[in-house]
Design a protein. Structure first.
Length: 158
């Protein structure tokens, strides 16, 4: 399974250099400090959301220096279980890019998994960028929110 994130969260254009390829890789802009796994979204991060039936979903956050956060949710933004362990995550920095890989335990996945979305966050204010594989319509919202489940799209897990 391979995808490329080429848009901002609200469907704006981004430079080719900032594309996020294959979900778990992206541009590496030096983050300040060593992030806590509980606030990875404040740093360089790639996030993957896997949505199943009844609005149950899994959120996976990955950072270039090997930090991760895995949460189970039911309904938009309603955390039901965290943090979940994911010892298999490995990250590697290659100059100004990074990549990562992991194996997600099957019992972490929501029932009837059929939709997903992926996001990238990089840079620092005022040049912070929020990227989305399946973005919201331009001008519909004023702020990014990665828990807008209506914008997730179908995929088949093999």
């Amino acid at each position: 399974m391979s995808y490329t994130i080429t848009k901002t969260w609200n469907n704006g254009s981004i430079a080719v250099r900032d594309y996020i390829h294959e979900i778990l890789s992206g541009v590496y802009l030096l983050s300040v400090g060593q992030p806590s796994y509980l606030v990875l979204y404040d740093y360089e991060v790639v996030e993957v959301f896997l949505l199943g039936s009844d609005d149950r979903y899994l959120e996976l956050e990955f950072a270039p220096k090997g930090q991760y956060l895995v949460l189970q949710l039911h309904g938009s933004g309603n955390v039901t279980k965290y943090p979940l362990d994911l010892d298999s995550f490995k990250a590697k920095i290659h100059g100004d890019k990074w990549s990562g890989s992991c194996v997600v335990p099957r019992d972490y996945l929501p029932p009837d998994l059929t939709k997903f979305n992926a996001y990238g966050i990089h840079g620092t204010d005022p040049d912070r960028h929020y990227l989305a594989l399946f973005p919201t319509p331009y001008g519909k919202y004023t702020d990014p929110n990665f828990h807008r489940l209506d914008y997730f799209q179908a995929f088949e897990l093999k």
